[in-house]
Design a protein around this ligand. Structure first.
Ligand SMILES: [Ca+2]
Ligand SMILES: [Ca+2]
Length: 599
């Protein structure tokens, strides 16, 4: 089903059967225990899926060496709704995006520049239709040689404290986030590289600005944008960063650098705290045969978890707003920082104005982030809090700049470490920059105490189960609880490898054409230097091998690919992934695909 936020909102109102939901008769969660993946010889990653019916929901994994289980992970709440939005069109400037190893591989272009053969007479249309262009040749990033390999950095952005954009107060949650963009390859020759999402998250947030930073890097290898680059046209892509370990590759480190900074953190934690930066970048670069051409990006949008205490589904209730507002104050908590139809606009101001919210549960406000209106900016702001809605205490005051030179996504004010306990919050708008209207784009409060509602949609969840025994079989299942009950998923089992011989799983081939195909698999080096190859041929005996490739030495699984060419049209091919380290060689299962008959 095509993901549609309006449909999701309607589903919340209507309930699963299309009947009007009865608050007294909520539905229990649907729970599916998923497959597990090895994580060295003393742990594994358990996956699963929960449909929480829009209700606040908590979950954990139960596990043990017998069907009685006996151990359980710490219970966690399912994250808030996908209801926070970031959008960048690159029409005015690069919007705070960076590119490449040099920082200059990314440039701002527009269609007029592309179409014009006469600089003095650019075409009239699309003069403002800017986009970001990454162009090869680029430099090699060697920081993950002993994990995923060599990278080329296309474009990246800081949503946390390393930059100034600050999504979600600087600690955004991108679990199962939705990513939309337009992408275009210009004479793009991939040479085996894959254009994928990349997540960098700091596990020691207090050390983020020091030399002691600890950063986990993960590539979303469940979705590659590379096939879209082949058409040479703008292609629209819309995908989810599914929070399932099978769709990710931990990028590892480079041992020769002798740096402890790049360190493993689980994919659930790394996605929940995307506090360093994210990219679309090129993985699986062969430095001897790098990709060629350029890649254009436009209309980039991310929808992520909205943890604001003011979000209605997190318990924030708009109690009062200035009379005769031109645009309703409910637009201050719609998840959009700015944009037409997404901002509150006052009537003609006659003095200070107040917007008041009540919280469903007592909360502690730690961070306030307020975004400016793009046409009717407000100036002096004050946040007041109250226990009873009668007695108010000032928690914060500050002026808000009318605009930002970097564009509307940067026109905000933020204050952290407030520690303001509240049952009510009131924003006072004391002044503005123009006489006719004052306005704001979004008000976000972050802190603790809220019980977060969920999307009426599937959530992928995962957890690393630690301090286990090599060679032991474990049983496990996912358990979730909402107000309608507790549901236990089916029991599954996983056997931890008994030794460090690598793991190799052959996966289905893709991009199959008359004379070419892409082979895929998943290996786990289990901590020892591991090489991989794909074997293939016209019979199950195979016979041909791809070039031996270094597969790293991490204890976590990673995706492996091989691009085959010069195949025969209309034939069935057989193939498998193989991996070898000092403990031995392992052969993946033999799979097959059929090449297309030439037109
Ligand atoms: Ca644009
Ligand atoms: Ca808004």
């Amino acid at each position: 089903m095509r993901w549609n936020p309006l449909a999701v909102a309607a589903a919340v109102l209507l309930g699963a059967g299309g009947m009007l939901a009865d608050a007294a008769d909520p539905l229990p969660p649907e729970v599916e225990t998923g497959e597990a993946e090895a994580l060295g010889l003393e742990a594994f990653t358990a996956n699963g899926r929960i449909q929480p019916r829009g209700l606040p929901t908590r979950y954990h994994f139960e596990y043990g060496t017998t069907a009685e289980l006996g151990s359980k992970t710490e219970e966690r709440p399912l994250a808030a709704r996908l209801a926070a939005h970031y959008r960048e069109t690159w029409d005015a400037n690069l919007g705070g995006w960076h590119g490449g190893m040099s920082g200059t591989d990314l440039t701002l272009r527009n269609e007029a520049q592309e179409k014009s053969t006469d600089a003095a007479k650019p075409p009239k249309e699309s003069l403002n239709n800017g986009f970001a262009r990454f162009a090869e040749p680029s430099g090699n990033d060697p920081n993950h040689i002993d994990g995923i390999g060599t990278l080329h950095l296309c474009k990246y952005y800081y949503p946390g404290l390393l930059g100034r954009s600050l999504w979600g107060g600087g600690d955004p949650d991108l679990r199962d986030a939705r990513v939309q963009l337009k992408v275009r390859g210009n004479a793009w020759v991939a040479n085996g590289s894959e254009l994928v999402w990349w997540t960098q998250s700091d596990s020691l947030i207090a050390e983020q600005m020091t030399a002691n930073w600890r950063r986990a890097n993960w590539a979303y290898t469940g979705k590659s944008l590379t096939p879209l680059l082949a058409t040479g046209r703008w292609e629209t892509v819309d995908y989810r960063l599914k929070n399932d370990s099978h769709d990710w590759t931990y990028a590892g480190n480079n041992l020769a650098q002798k740096r402890p900074n790049y360190a493993y953190w689980s994919i659930d934690d790394a996605q929940a705290h995307l506090n360093a930066d994210f990219f679309h970048l090129l993985t699986y670069i062969d430095p001897a045969n790098p990709p060629r051409g350029s890649i254009d990006f436009d209309d980039f949008e991310v929808t992520y978890r909205n943890h604001s205490l003011l979000l209605p589904s997190n318990g924030g209730e708009l109690v009062s707003q200035p009379e005769a507002s031109v645009h309703d104050a409910a637009l201050l908590t719609d998840g959009w920082r700015n944009g037409t139809g997404k901002q509150w606009t006052s009537a003609k101001p006659a003095g200070p104005m107040e917007i008041t919210w009540k919280f469903a549960n007592p909360v502690v406000i730690n961070t306030i982030q307020i975004h400016q209106h793009t046409e009717w900016p407000s100036r002096d702001l004050e946040l007041q809090v109250s226990d009873d809605g009668k007695t108010w205490v000032s928690a914060w005051t500050a002026p808000l700049a009318a605009t930002s030179p970097e564009g509307p996504n940067y026109a905000f004010v933020v204050k952290r470490d407030l520690a303001a306990a509240a049952r009510w919050a009131r924003l006072r708008v004391l002044s503005g920059y123009k006489p006719d209207h004052w306005g704001l784009g979004e008000v976000e409060l972050f802190g603790t105490g809220a019980q977060e509602g969920t999307d009426d949609d599937h959530y992928s969840v995962n957890r690393d189960l630690l301090t286990l025994k090599a060679g032991q079989t474990y049983h496990y299942r996912l358990v979730a609880t909402n107000s309608a009950g507790t549901v236990k998923g089916a029991l599954k089992s996983f056997t931890i490898p008994a030794n460090a011989k690598p793991l190799a799983i052959t996966l289905p081939a893709s991009r199959v054409q008359a004379t070419s195909a892409q082979l895929a698999g998943r290996i786990n080096a289990l901590g020892l230097r591991t090489d991989l190859t794909f074997e293939y041929g016209l019979t199950p005996e195979l016979g041909t091998s791809t070039k031996k490739e270094y597969g790293g030495l991490q204890i976590s699984p990673r995706a492996a690919f091989a691009a085959l060419s010069n195949l025969e049209p209309g034939k069935t091919y057989y193939y498998r992934l193989t991996a070898e380290n000092s403990e031995g060689k392992v052969l993946g299962e033999v799979r097959e695909f059929k090449t297309a008959v030439k037109p």
